[in-house]
Design a protein around this ligand. Structure first.
Ligand SMILES: [Cu+2]
Length: 147
């Protein structure tokens, strides 16, 4: 496991450290059977005076992880929501980006192994300044948001 360049906070969001990116409460839905992609959520907090860009997300458990945002198209009964991939995500200094159901999310596709509820899956965030952070998201069943 590569640990070089990993900075910041492994787990909880109660960090008051400056100069770091904090990832708070990462979790994913329990993937349905088959190959359908699954969404994961978290809050990414930039506790530094520099703007940061999230440039990639990777995990050994998936072929591919994209940042998606939801875009509303049409109006009224014709309104639909489609997902749009975000190439890199700006996280301005002293601010946070919230990945949450109905909004921005990580889209995990090409699952390489079965996941079960309560399991923790390691993933790596890479930023434009070369920093890498390893975190673990917890798999939660639909309707089972409680921990
Ligand atoms: Cu998506």
């Amino acid at each position: 496991m590569i640990r070089e360049g990993i900075e910041g906070i492994r787990d909880s969001g109660n960090s008051s450290e400056s100069g770091t990116i904090a990832v708070v409460d990462p979790w994913s839905l329990l993937p349905p059977n088959g190959d359908s992609p699954v969404a994961a959520f978290m809050t990414v907090r930039n506790n530094s005076s520099d703007d940061r860009k999230l440039i990639s997300v990777q995990s050994d458990a998936f072929d591919k992880i994209d940042v998606h945002r939801n875009e509303h198209v049409g109006r009224g009964v014709d309104e639909t929501v489609r997902m749009v991939a975000v190439e890199s995500l700006q996280i301005p200094s002293w601010s946070e980006r919230i990945f949450a159901p109905g909004g921005m999310h990580l889209m995990l596709s090409g699952r390489r192994e079965a996941l079960s509820e309560g399991e923790e899956v390691t993933f790596t965030l890479r930023f434009d300044n070369g920093a890498r952070q390893e975190h673990r998201f917890r798999v939660r069943a639909l309707g089972g948001r409680g921990r």
